[in-house]
Design a protein around this ligand. Structure first.
Ligand code: PGA
Length: 251
């Protein structure tokens, strides 16, 4: 049985006070979704300490949206995996398409970021996904396969058992355009097959989340697909009501 996961990526939204309030509201209602659904929220760095305090012991895990590729030192503006782990962060989103696109993150950087995450017991939420032009050219399978083989294939099997993957087609992020449940299932099954080619049965244990304009209206259909284990939710995770409704969308 794979975990069912509702993960919220707040991106660069909310002030710390607003974020703490949102986290507390989510924590106070997360039981509506039952205990077999894992809730994860990923606020900006500045919010983490207070958000962890507001959610502690309430069944909501906290993740960061990025971490440094190096352990420590002269890297102005960076935040290390060790710093995150030391304040109680459990997860870290790595390789989000916005990081790849705006901050030039490559497979080479991401290999080092994953290494830092694992060395500090953070569970990576590793994002993959193709751009619109790549899908239109029929290249989406190749693009996603490369994002997996260039990074995830370098992991040992025990690390794979502590990994979450998020498939997020870039054309669906923040656009209101969602992949159909059939499109999501097709590529999630493909990702699992690519994982199985290297890791065998362990591939069956890896949660694969769908991301890209998930909302309370489309979540149930997406999460009903056999290889869609939940969602990485941006916009709709910024309100407790819609995020909780998404968390309640598992069958
Ligand atoms: P969205 O973002 O739900 O606002 O489309 C998803 C994401 O980028 O993780």
């Amino acid at each position: 049985m794979r975990k069912k996961i509702a993960a919220g990526n707040w991106k660069m939204n909310t002030t710390p006070a607003q974020g703490t309030e949102l986290a507390a509201a989510i924590a106070s209602r997360r039981n509506e979704a039952g205990n077999d659904v894992d809730f994860i929220i990923c606020p900006p760095f500045t919010h983490l300490t207070e958000v962890i305090r507001a959610t502690r012991g309430k069944g909501v895990a906290v993740g960061a949206q990025n971490c440094a590729a190096e352990p420590k030192g002269a890297y102005t503006g960076e935040v290390s995996a060790e710093m995150l782990a030391s304040i109680g962060v459990d997860y870290v989103i790595l390789g989000h398409s916005e990081r790849r696109q705006y901050y030039g993150e490559t497979s080479e950087t991401l290999n080092r970021k994953l290494e830092m995450a694992y060395a500090n017991n953070l569970t990576p939420i590793y994002c993959v996904g193709e751009k619109l032009s790549e899908r239109e050219a029929g290249k989406h399978f190749d693009v996603v396969k490369a994002q997996i083989t260039e990074v995830i294939y370098n992991l040992s099997a025990d690390k794979l058992a502590r990994l979450v993957i998020a498939y997020e087609p870039v054309w669906a992020i923040g656009t209101g355009k969602t992949a159909t449940s059939a499109q999501a299932q097709e590529i999630h099954a493909f990702i699992r097959k690519v994982l199985a080619e290297k890791f065998g049965d362990t591939a069956d244990t890896v949660p694969i989340l769908y991301g890209g304009s998930v909302n309370p209206k489309n979540a149930a259909e997406l999460f009903g697909m056999p290889d869609v284990d939940g969602g990485l939710v941006g916009g709709a995770s910024l309100e407790a009501e819609s995020f909780i409704q998404i968390g309640k969308s598992f069958r």
